[in-house]
Every structure is written in C-alpha cells, then in structure tokens.
Design a protein around this ligand. Structure first.
Ligand code: GCU
Length: 688
C-alpha cells in the first residue's frame, strides 16, 4: 500500500510474530472505564485515551476491543484517575501516585473486581491519555508484557511547539508546505487533520502550541480570528494541549484604535485587560502569549522609553487572573548597537533579573547568535536566577539543510540541555535551570520551533519527523539520550527489524555532526547564504547590516580565521561563569568544535590533532561529505525492506544532500583559500 508518511510514529501496523501477537491479545481483551470524563457525551482525555487504544490495538493485534464500565474478564485495560476513581488509586502506592504527579501515569498489572487487569492510572485525566500512548508505544516496540511497570511524569510543565505560521498560510522558515491552520475555512470547517496533529503531539507529551508567528499579526486577536482559534482549541483540549498566541505589541494601536501602546499607559493596560478577558471567554483554558518585541523591526516597549520587564509585566498582569503566562523572547539585537551581537541579549535582559512578574517567563534561544548548527549555550542561562527561563530550540532546520537534508537534532538538543552553566555551581545544567530545579521556580517552559506543515508527511523530509519526536520526548524527560530516542523513533516508524533499525539509527545519530562538518565546522558560524539561509555564503558582506553578514562572523584574513570573543576581542566570554571563561578563554582548552567561535587563529595554528588549522578545516569539510556517502550505501541496503515510497524519497534526498554537501565544501574551501593561500591537504577532493 502506498505510504505517504502521514501516520508518523503512530502507525499501529499488525505485529507480525503470531505468538507475540497472541500474548498481547490475551493481555488486552477489553477496555474498562469505571468513570468516564463526561458520561455519555463529548470527548475528554479519557475518551481520547480509549479511542487511541481501540484504534491502536485493532491495528497492532487485529482485535476489536469493547468498552465496559467494569471489567468482565481477564485482560481488561482499566483506565481511570486517582481523583475520580479512588478504588483504582488504592491499587497503587502513594509513592507511585506522587511519582506520576500532575500529568504522568502508572501502568501495571493489577487484580480488580476479581479479574486480571492492566491499570492505566493518572492523577488527572491527561495522565491516562499519556499512559495510553506509552502503552501503545510499548506494544509497537514489541516489549514484554510480563513485569509491565511504567511510571513516568514530565520534568518540565509547559512543553510547547512554536509555529511560525502567518495568517496567510505562509510558514516562516517552514519547509513542509503551508500552515496546517486553514484560517479562511475556520471555524466552519474543522479538518480532521487537527485531531491527528493533537494525537501526535500528545503521544510525545507536547501540551501547548503557539499557533502564530513571532513576527506577529495583530489581527489574530480580533473577535473573528478568536473564534477560529477557539475551534482549534476545542479539538486540542481533550489531548491536553492548550493554545497560545503571539501578541503583537502594537495591537492596541493597530486593532484597538489607541494612539499608543505604551505599557505604562492606563488605557493600554485596560485594553489588554479587556482583550485577555475576551480571549478567555471565547477560549477557555487559553495558555497565554508569546512576544517578540524590539527585535528585527518588531514593535515593543522601548519605543516608549520602557524596558522589556515593563512590557512583559503589563501582559502578565492581564493574564494572571486566568492562570495565563507570557513568554517574552530574549532574542534581541540591533545593528546600530556596535557591540558583538553575541552580547546583546544578555546586556538587555540580565540587568532586569528580579523585575519580572512570576507568570512572565523569559524565553531564550539555545545560543546567543541564532540557531546555528553548533552554538555554545546562551550565557543568560544561569545568569537570571530570579526569573524562570524558557529554552527555545529550533526543530525546523533553518540552518541545517531545511527539509532537504537529514540532520537529526536529538544530539544537538541533548548537548544544549546537558551543558553545564556552572551557575550557581557545577552541575547546574541548562536542563535543570529550565525545569526549575536549580532556582526553585514554580513554572517551567520549553519551546520548539515547529517543523510541521501541510505536506502529507507533515515534515517534508520523512526522516525529519524524528526531530518533532525527539523534541517532545526530551521536553518530557531531558534525561533520555538521543541514542534511545533515535532507536525508539526508528522502530516505531520503520518497524523492529534490526537490519532496518541499525542502519537508520546510525544515520540519524551521525547526521547532526556531519552537517556541522560540511557547513560550519570548528565553531565557524553564520556563513550561510543570505536570506534563505540554505547553502554556503561565506562571502556575504551586506553594506549597512554587519550583523547579517558572514564576513563579520568568520573574520578570515591573511592572518587567520575566527571571531575573537576573549578579552582581546569582543569579550563576550565575560558573560559566562568564571569556570567557562577559563576553559574557553584559551584556545588550548577550548573544545575543537567551538574553537573559531571564540578565537581568531592563524591558518597554521597547531590543532590538538597535530595538524595545522587550515588542514583541519579542510578535512572536516571532506569528512562531512564522506559521511553522507556512507548513508547512501547504508540506505541502499534497505531496498525492499520498506515501502517503495519512503525508500525512494529518502534515496533521492540523500543524493541531493551529497551534492549539497560538496557545494558547501567547495564553496567554503575555495573562499577561505583566498586568505590561507595554502593547498588542500591529502584526502580532500579538489573542488569541482
Ligand atoms: C531568525 C529567523 C527569522 C526569525 C528570527 C526569530 O533570525 O531567520 O526568520 O524571525 O530568527 O527567531 O525571531
């Protein structure tokens, strides 16, 4: 059958091994729902769990499970919450219930009403839904039923996707078609795809979605659009997903008829207070606002002589009565400020620590420049202990080959989450700062800029689905490894045959580093083509906009290459903890992969490998190309082991990636060679 990738990792294909299938079928004979969410009618999370289990187990096992209110035989799947079904809560320990916390679950064999059952218990309804997905994953992965004991809860409270979707359907930095949200049709036409989106998100624990672009359009806050948003929110609610919107700071002027958007002006405050009240009337459970202000031309409080905290607090005050939050982005820089762009976010935000309301979160990109293929962690992490900081990751591959190239981002996300800020002390990783455990914040947020569009396979590149998956899994549990996640995703998406799983998993795990190697190795950054950001452009030198040019970042000259961010240069390094400054302040102790981020070094600088810098750069470019070629060989072994559609599509994409990797290598080496004036070392193919 044609496979267009629509089903993502929720494929539910029949378990081929008959004896395994029979074991599962004996373990799952019916679904018992002692206390439905809303008896008799609309869909709540428990009903969504029931529906998913019914569909999933029908696919996997070929059985039709009926729903009963009490178990009638052995093998009942018993779904419920501790709150509404105390008799179920009594089947597990207090410690289990605590471990499941607000949104998690406990899954375990129990005896209930004299029958052998599998209990899927949450403290709240949504926990049951997450449990249902975990159980289905268990079966999809062909894990044993004997000794089944799954207890899990998320470490971060708000796990969001950020869609950079415009109201006209265009997705900024989106490479998988148009926006999923069909604003013109809504609210009258509610595409079934919205539910599938919600299922996919819930299956990995994503519980919030910002529907609109950070470069915001105020129109989404008008009544007609709010009705459309409400229609989406209604579909998402049973799946535990709240909707959020981007708030354009100048909305009171643009759609409110006011003369000013000054956050300290009483009329402006009133306008937002009324607007928020209206939103909650139309969209119960609305999550809050995401704001990009005073950055890249977006309006903001600075136009009125106010600061980011003034702006954020005004919105936070309007949202607080409803439990809403505001996520205020720290991605700000200005070409007219002479300082290294790397330092600007920190300089504007760090002094404001302690001035934000408790429901205002500062949302920080993983790195200070942008979402470079590799970037040192953002120095704001650890430097604003009184403010909850959200981590913003980019799932869409703006600088990583977009939807044309394989770049599995699990290792990148893991690298960021595990980075040690040394603030206030060693072991204060970004993950622990974001989940609130270092500074004991009551609120925690993680955001991923979505790679989803209306392409049938959702993400353009079939293997880019793994990035959506990896983001969600790490947002739920940042202690998972990307190797575990890659293995899990591959098995869910391509089946459990090790001859398929092994090569795909290896490709995924190598891919991020390979893209770094053939595009921006050794800490080179921002040397991509102008505007669209696909492919090389180390020569980009745009008059009047230094912070958008490549020459500003690589600084290649006859003496060497790299951006000196130590004391002798921009001193951006001073924004990090002393331990980091000591390490990265010296080229000898700076990891190779960040070397040129922090240092300008001569072309014949002796690397740890013993090779001169120029040779090392060239060999990294070559190694990136070589790695892609090994994937082409590995992929060829999968012919006949999967559907032709996905096989051929990925085969073509890999051929294109090999070509594009060569373009990167040749363009960058030829460009830099003008300065190094050195020959290519042995092992590097001459440019074509
Ligand atoms: C990058 C990206 C923009 C985006 C911006 C942001 O600069 O290229 O398209 O708007 O980040 O995160 O605000």
């Amino acid at each position: 059958r044609a496979d267009d990738g629509y089903r993502l990792w929720l494929r539910y294909d029949r378990v081929a091994d008959e004896s395994l299938r029979a074991t599962y079928a004996a373990a799952f004979t019916e679904i018992a729902l002692p206390a439905p969410t809303r008896p008799g009618f609309s869909l709540g999370s428990i009903e969504a769990a029931r529906d998913e289990l019914t569909t999933g187990l029908k696919g996997l096992l070929g059985v039709d499970l009926s729903t009963v209110s009490q178990p009638t035989r052995d093998g009942a799947l018993l779904l419920g919450t501790a709150v509404r079904s105390p008799e179920l809560a009594g089947l597990v320990s207090e410690a289990d219930l605590r471990a499941a916390s607000e949104e998690g679950y406990v899954i375990r064999p129990v005896i209930f009403a004299g029958k052998r059952c599998v209990l899927v218990l949450g403290n709240r309804d949504v926990g049951v839904l997450y449990g249902a997905f975990a159980l289905l994953r268990h079966v999809q992965l062909h894990e044993p039923i004997a000794g089944l004991n799954l207890v899990s809860a998320p470490r971060i409270q708000r796990r969001l996707l950020n869609h950079w979707d415009n109201l006209n359907g265009f997705v900024e930095r989106g490479y998988a078609g148009q926006s999923l949200w069909r604003w013109f049709e809504l609210p009258d036409i509610v595409s079934p795809r919205y539910r599938d989106y919600a299922r996919a998100c819930a299956s990995i624990g994503v519980n919030g979605t910002v529907l609109t672009n950070v470069n915001a359009n105020a129109l989404v806050l008008t009544p007609a659009y709010l009705q459309k948003v409400a229609a989406l929110a209604n579909v998402f609610r049973p799946y535990g997903i709240r909707v959020y919107l981007t708030a354009r700071f100048s909305a009171p002027v643009e759609i409110g008829g006011l003369k000013t958007a000054d956050p300290l002006d009483p009329a402006v405050k009133q306008w937002w207070t009324d607007k928020v009240a209206e939103i909650y009337r139309i969209i119960p459970g609305f999550g809050g606002f995401l704001v990009k202000a005073n950055s890249e031309g977006q309006p903001g409080p600075q136009a009125y002589g106010r600061n980011h905290a003034d702006g954020a607090n005004m919105l936070a005050d309007a949202l607080v009565p409803y439990g809403g939050i505001v996520m205020w982005r720290a991605f700000v820089y200005d070409n007219n400020v002479p300082a290294d762009r790397h330092t600007q976010g920190f300089s504007e935000f760090q002094p404001l620590d302690g001035q934000f309301r408790s429901n205002a979160i500062v949302q920080v990109k993983n790195g200070a420049i942008d979402f470079m293929p590799r970037e040192p962690f953002h120095p704001l992490f650890g430097a604003m202990p009184q403010t909850p900081l959200a981590l913003e990751l980019q799932i869409t591959q703006e600088y990583l080959g977009q939807s044309m190239q394989l770049a599995f981002l699990g290792p990148l996300f893991e690298e960021v989450l595990d980075a040690d800020t040394f603030r206030p002390n060693a072991g204060s990783t970004i993950a622990k700062i974001v989940d609130g455990s270092v500074d004991l914040h009551g609120i925690s947020v993680i955001a991923g800029v979505a790679n989803i569009g209306d392409d049938r396979n959702w993400t353009g590149h079939p293997l880019a689905q793994a990035n959506w998956y990896a983001y969600g899994r790490l947002a739920w549990d940042h202690q998972l490894t990307s190797a575990q996640i890659a293995n899990e995703w591959t098995r869910l998406t391509f089946g459990n045959d090790s001859a398929v799983v092994q090569p795909i998993t290896s490709m995924l795990l190598e891919s991020h580093e390979a893209v770094v190697n053939y595009s921006m190795p050794l800490g080179l950054h921002h040397i991509m083509a102008e505007g669209h950001h696909y492919g090389p452009g180390p020569w980009v030198d745009q008059a009047g906009r230094a912070d958008w040019t490549s020459v500003y970042y690589h600084r290649a000259d006859a003496n060497g290459v790299g951006f000196d961010r130590t004391k002798s240069g921009s001193n951006a390094l001073a924004q990090y903890a002393p331990e980091i400054q000591n390490l990265w302040g010296n080229p000898a102790t700076t990891p190779d992969n960040l070397l040129l981020w922090f240092h300008h070094l001569p072309w014949d600088y002796r690397m740890k490998s013993g090779r001169p810098l120029w040779d090392e750069i060239a060999l990294h470019y070559q190694s990136g190309v070589d790695t892609v070629r090994t994937w082409q060989k590995a992929w060829a072994t999968l012919n006949g082991k999967m559907d032709d559609e996905r096989f051929t599509h990925v085969k073509q994409l890999l051929a294109r990636q090999e070509h594009d990797a060569r373009v990167w290598r040749d363009a960058c080496l030829l460009y830099f060679q003008q300065f190094s004036k050195k020959p290519l070392p042995a092992g590097v193919e001459p440019p074509e």
